[in-house]
Design a protein around this ligand. Structure first.
Ligand code: PLP
Length: 397
């Protein structure tokens, strides 16, 4: 019998994450005027820096409001390459740079250009859910490799190596990691890069949280390895987190020129170009004063220490040390079986219903034993929220 379903098979392979339902519920409660202690957001709670906003306003006032070149305006492509070289010791030219509508479009374009049906893609767990859906959307097969909790979710090259087969096309590394905050040690990252070189694979490195690292860790990009890795490497960057610019939708990819050309084709038929106004603001963000990044880092450092100590003081909860990003990712499986809670989805729903706390359950990230708490929220919310969470856990007995 002929199917009556009019929708493409590829869109059926992906979904709007069901687990984000909890956050949608939280929004509904907020709209009713109910106060929610919100640990959900994956975005900075800081405003975009004033100098960056002013550059955007200037762009509008000078009528810089039309289409731009598909890969972005030349001063920005050059600025991104220069900035990346300065911050991480890479060496890219404007031709090896494409500006995109957020890091997400850079990821979409690179997967569309690289992944064919049946290709295996190494995806470390826990993972940001978009990676998984982009792989399956393009017909690839995710092969999961655990970045183990006992290693503070820091991925090891040996585990990646064990998962490689003749069908492997691509390895994805996201360090600092969303949701775990895990950071890959520099030497392990270099070993992973060597695997990509020796097996002739591509390596996507998602550097969305690169500037938010703690306890003496320094921002690191595997692109600093130099010419040997360049033919295999796709760097995904975004201004969303570093400069509190999530709404401006400005990201980029650095990659071999031939791959950039493939990505350009896709971009030319989808978004055409990133917003002209955001591109001007991005030049200011990357080339102007950088103090706002340091200020945000100092505030995240303070909040991280508080939330980590508070989390580790709760009986029945284990919490790895997150060396980057702005999340803690406690293991809450010790609470399962209490108060009718079977998994992290149940726990997140119960927390919202009974304690008015919003978090994202680990199911969204491939590890159902965990909950993601974002500390990109005020210290007041963190202090009150952790007290309420502690009391809630005690009330489960
Ligand atoms: N990569 C990771 C790991 C993220 O967490 C995010 C956003 O949450 C992004 C990329 C993309 O962000 P944007 O599309 O806003 O640049």
């Amino acid at each position: 019998m002929e199917s009556t379903d009019p929708y493409s098979k590829r869109t059926h392979r992906i979904s709007v994450s069901a687990t984000l339902q909890v956050l949608t519920e939280a929004e509904k409660l907020k709209a009713q005027g109910i106060e929610i202690l919100d640990f959900g957001p994956g975005e900075p709670d800081f405003p975009t820096p004033a100098n960056v906003k002013a550059a955007g306003i200037r762009a509008i006032e000078s009528n810089f409001t039309k289409y731009t070149a598909t890969p972005g305006i030349m001063p920005l492509r050059e600025g991104i390459a220069r900035h990346h070289a300065r911050e991480f010791g890479s060496s890219y030219s404007a031709k090896e740079t494409i500006v995109t509508v957020g890091g997400k479009q850079a990821l979409f374009n690179s997967m569309a250009a690289l992944v064919d049906h049946g290709d295996e893609v190494i995806l470390p767990t826990p993972f940001w859910v978009t990676f998984q859906d982009l792989i399956t959307y393009h017909g690839g097969v995710p092969v999961f490799v655990s970045a183990k909790e006992e290693n503070d979710f820091s991925l090891k090259a040996a585990d990646v190596e064990r998962a490689l087969t003749s069908r492997t096309k691509l390895i994805i590394v996201n360090s600092p990691n969303n949701p775990s905050g895990g950071v890959v040690a520099d030497d392990e990252f270099k070993k992973i890069a060597q695997l990509a070189i020796s097996r002739n694979l591509f390596l996507i490195t998602d550097e969305a949280y690169s500037h938010f690292v703690y306890e003496g860790r320094k921002p690191f990009s595997i692109s600093s390895l130099g010419e040997s890795i360049k033919p295999h490497l796709v760097v995904i960057g975004t201004l969303s987190k570093t400069y509190a610019m999530t709404g401006w939708r400005l990201g980029y990819a650095l990659a071999p020129e031939k791959l950039i050309q493939q990505m350009l084709k896709i971009q030319s038929h989808s978004t055409s170009n990133p917003t002209s106004i955001s591109q001007r603001a991005a030049i200011e963000a990357l080339e102007g004063p950088q103090d706002s990044v340091q200020q945000m880092l100092a505030e995240y450092t303070r909040r991280r220490q508080y939330i980590l100590d508070a989390m580790r003081a709760i009986p029945g909860i284990r919490c790895a040390r997150p060396y980057g990003a702005f999340y803690v990712y406690p293991n809450v499986s010790g609470l399962y079986g209490k108060g009718g809670i079977r998994n992290s989805m149940d726990l997140a729903k119960t927390l919202l219903d009974r304690a008015r706390i919003a978090v994202v359950p680990g199911e969204a990230f491939g590890t159902p034993e965990h909950l993601r708490f974002s500390y990109a929220t005020s210290m007041d919310t963190i202090v009150r929220g952790m007290k309420v969470f502690h009391d809630f856990v005690l009330s489960l007995g």
